[in-house]
Design a protein around this ligand. Structure first.
Ligand SMILES: Cc1ncc(C[n+]2csc(CCO)c2C)c(N)n1
Length: 218
């Protein structure tokens, strides 16, 4: 059987991909044992990355080559700007993350790396390049969240898993992959480079959650 373009990209990065999907943070989130300090630090960093993520999505909206794709991407941007943002606000309140704690927490290297990658991909104004990054950030999250059954405790854990393990999100990932399968091979080197950078950053992002627990959280 011939592989699709996105299957090949994933196989080229299989070791790093699997290390991320099976990361200690994922295990502890699924079994409910993650500490509040690690969860708080992880969510603070993830919230930071949303701003440039939305800018990247906007660039995909702007550069998409069909009306249908533009509609799907724009709808997704609306969801991220809506429900997902309130999840962070509610979780920070539950974990005791105040504005002051947030402000004095620096970006981890992985967060800075993601911001740079999102900016590079957005500024290239190349739809396939934006897709290569989006496919990783969304597909890798679907992949770990599907590793249920989860014994997560409380809404902070359960909603974070549910956000990434639901039929609408799976359909969005399938759409992104179809788009990159359609366009990626024409832009092979560019997309492979972005894809690899994104997978490496996903692993580093999980690792660094343990380097920077947020002590002020309950
Ligand atoms: C480091 C990191 N990588 C990927 C995602 C996944 N993700 C990023 S934005 C978005 C859209 C709505 O949920 C999703 C699923 C994440 N949260 N954090």
């Amino acid at each position: 059987m011939t592989r699709t373009f996105t299957e090949s990209l994933r196989l080229d990065n299989e070791t790093t991909w699997s290390a991320a999907v099976q990361h200690r943070l994922v295990e502890e989130l699924l079994d409910g044992s993650i500490t509040d300090a690690v969860m708080a630090g992880y969510l603070i960093q993830d919230h930071r990355f949303l701003d440039s993520f939305l800018a990247l999505l906007g660039s995909a909206v702007a550069t998409a080559d069909t009306f249908e794709a533009r509609l799907i991407l724009a709808r997704f941007a609306g969801e991220v700007a809506g429900d997902e943002n309130t999840y962070f606000e509610r979780s920070f309140a539950a974990l005791g993350v105040t504005d002051q704690i947030d402000e004095r927490t620096p970006d981890t290297p992985a967060t800075s790396g993601f911001k740079d990658l999102f900016r590079d991909a957005a500024e290239s104004r190349d739809y396939a390049g934006a897709l290569a990054v989006l496919v990783v950030t969304e597909w890798l999250y679907l992949d770990w969240a599907r590793r249920a059954p989860s014994r997560a405790r409380g809404f902070v854990h359960a909603e974070w898993i549910a956000l990434h393990d639901n039929p609408g999100f799976a359909e969005f990932v399938a759409f992104l992959r179809r788009e990159l399968d359609r366009l990626g091979s024409e832009h092979g080197d560019l997309t492979a480079g972005y894809f690899q950078r994104a997978v490496e950053l996903e692993l580093a992002f999980f690792d660094q959650a343990y380097d920077h627990p947020v002590g002020g959280a309950r």
